[in-house]
Ligand binder design. Structure first.
Ligand SMILES: Cc1cc2nc3c(=O)[nH]c(=O)nc-3n(C[C@H](O)[C@H](O)[C@H](O)COP(=O)(O)O)c2cc1C
Length: 315
């Protein structure tokens, strides 16, 4: 996808802040949920949460977080909670109540994982269990005075739209469906009263052969037709990537691996640097394509094809 800037528009320095599910975010970027941050840094999700709070962006807390959501709330930033429906719905409901009590502002239901993808790198590295001392904190059994031993995380092969309806009845929190690629599923999401869809292929980790999310985005945006926000993640690495996604219909984009790379390199400061660098690049890119705010991006700004291949439409 290429960018075709407009010039001489006198827009001044862009304002990056956007509304995300009814509340402000400092830029149209959020942290997509990623598991096991304490594998990357001893402070793990705590460090990530502090960096996200300082940058004014939402952190989606993974169901498979190695730090409890109550701890992450102490960082004072905006949190969403990512959920895999567990076959035990009573336990799933208890996890939702926990996220609500901790102040999470939305539930992100990951719908691309009825089973676990075949991850060749994990197989090669023989990554099967967390090292001693680390656990999926949200999978601990509720006990009378806190939380006990963790369960194994489970995937629900039978997960369906009935679970979405069940979630709608179970919580007042806004509901985001993560892992939408097909426009028909985007339409069904709107019909089921979902508050946002997140176009995602799980960072290419679930199923081979699926489209790049940027390629799937326009059809989903057309299907949703502005009724709810469309979010996207996958492959966002620089400011121009954000601008392309905004132009093709995203309200905001999620970051997966770049956050983990920053965290592994330099903990909280590393995540802060990733977010700061992306923010600076985004501000520059918006100004250079002639936009004053993220919401002004539209399809007229982009052409299909790499820069050397772009063909101009008639007109
Ligand atoms: C190490 C790793 C762990 C992840 N863990 C989760 C998870 O627990 N729940 C989830 O819904 N998605 C998970 N994802 C997918 C991300 O939310 C996101 O869709 C993807 O990483 C975005 O692509 P990017 O890494 O290219 O930015 C994970 C991705 C990675 C790389």
């Amino acid at each position: 996808v290429s960018l075709v800037p407009r010039v001489l528009r006198g827009r001044g320095l862009p304002v990056l802040a956007v509304d995300l599910l009814g509340k402000p975010a400092a830029m149209p970027v959020f942290l997509s949920p990623t598991a096991f941050h304490r594998l990357a840094d001893p402070e793990g999700e705590r460090a990530t949460a502090r960096a996200a709070a300082a940058a004014g962006v939402v952190m989606s807390v993974s169901m498979a977080s190695t730090t409890a959501v109550e701890e992450l709330a102490k960082a004072g930033g905006r949190l969403w909670f990512q959920l895999y429906v567990q076959p035990d719905l009573a336990f799933t409901r208890a996890v939702i109540r926990r996220a609500e009590a901790a102040g999470c502002e939305a539930l992100v239901l990951t719908v691309d994982s009825p089973v676990f993808g075949r991850r060749l790198r994990d197989l090669r590295h023989r990554f099967t269990d967390l090292p001693p001392g680390l656990a999926c904190e949200h999978l601990r059994e509720p006990t009378a005075d806190g939380y006990g031993a963790p369960r194994q995380i489970a995937f629900s092969a039978d997960v369906s739209w009935e679970h979405v309806s069940w979630l709608r009845r179970t919580t007042q929190l806004p509901l985001v469906l993560k892992g939408i690629l097909h426009p028909d599923d985007a339409r069904l999401a709107v019909e089921h009263g979902v508050d946002a869809v997140l176009v995602s292929n799980h960072g290419g980790r679930q199923l081979d052969g699926v489209p790049a999310t940027l390629a799937a985005l326009p059809a989903v945006a057309d299907a949703v037709a502005g009724r709810i926000p469309v979010l996207m993640d996958g492959g966002i690495r620089r400011g121009t990537d954000v601008v392309k996604a905004l132009a093709l219909g995203a309200t905001a984009v999620g970051l997966g691996r770049p956050v983990l790379w920053g965290l592994a390199a330099a903990g909280e400061a590393g995540v802060g640097q990733v977010l700061g660098q992306l923010r600076a690049e985004l501000a520059g890119a918006l100004a250079l394509v002639g936009l004053g705010a993220p919401g002004e991006a539209g399809r007229a700004l982009v052409r299909a094809g790499a820069p050397e291949e772009v063909s101009w439409p008639e007109s």
